[in-house]
Ligand binder design. Structure first.
Ligand code: PGA
Length: 245
């Protein structure tokens, strides 16, 4: 089970203290199959990397440029830079970036460079509320997967995070039946069209320590991408505990 903390544009050096509790917790559950990954903003990657060095908790970034090494791209960070700073994962295609104009084509280029840089990719997909209402969810998910993963070979290095856009930061989660169907649909696209043997699909969108008990009844879910509720150690630990018990 994957538990990914997406801190978005939150956190400063003081927030590092909240890691102590999570590190202690992770030692307690060493034998269970839990993978905790923290994705803080770029400014904290170095401090997190040092702090997490001798722990089982891994580090990820929230985005990167598609240029693999370096170049004249003011304000951008390359996958190689992320790898060098100790990041093993990167989130790509988050709806907040898609909304700001990121295209499937750009996402595809970013995924390619990230994999070449030996990063694992947390690839976000999901439909908007209008698309859901128009019953376009399957079509959109299919399109995002096929375009985002076009001509990518190491698909075992990719975790899909299914995040319905209307569920992010709203406190609203999908109906369990619908979510089950959508996760299964995503896994089938990956198996049938892209020949992925054992696809991993996470859910993200308003996950908290209360609703996770319900969400975890869906057998096909391989973990959670948690935004707001990951910023406080207690909330994040509660989510992990309630899932694994
Ligand atoms: P949320 O964010 O848990 O705050 O809804 C999830 C995400 O955007 O990854």
């Amino acid at each position: 089970m994957y538990f990914i903390a997406n801190w978005k544009m939150y956190g400063d050096l003081k927030s590092l203290n909240s890691l102590n509790r999570v590190i202690k917790f992770s030692k307690k559950y060493k034998k269970k199959k839990i993978k905790i990954i923290y994705c803080p903003p770029y400014t904290l990657l170095d401090s997190f990397s040092k702090k997490l060095k001798k722990t089982k908790i891994e580090l990820g970034a929230q985005n990167c440029h598609y240029e693999i090494l370096n170049g004249p791209f003011t304000g951008s960070i390359s996958p190689t830079m992320l790898k060098k700073i100790g990041s093993n994962y990167v989130i790509i295609g988050h709806s907040e970036n898609r909304l700001a104009g990121e295209t499937n084509d750009e996402i595809n280029k970013k995924i390619k460079s990230s994999i070449k840089s030996n990063l694992k990719v947390i690839f976000c997909i999901g439909e908007t509320l209008i698309q859901k209402k128009r019953k376009l969810t399957n079509k959109i998910l299919h399109q995002q997967i096929i375009k985002g993963l076009f001509k990518i070979k190491n698909l075992n290095k990719i975790l899909i995070a299914y995040e319905p856009v209307w569920s992010i930061g709203t406190g609203v989660i999908p109906k369990i039946d619908d979510l089950d169907k959508n996760i299964t649909f995503i896994k089938n696209v990956l198996k049938k069209h892209l020949k992925v043997k054992n696809p991993k699909v996470l859910y993200g969108g308003s996950v908290n320590s209360k609703n996770v008990e319900n969400l975890v009844t869906i057998k096909a879910i391989d973990g959670f991408l948690v935004g707001g509720a990951s910023q406080k150690a207690k909330n994040f630990i509660d989510i992990v505990e309630k899932t694994i018990i």
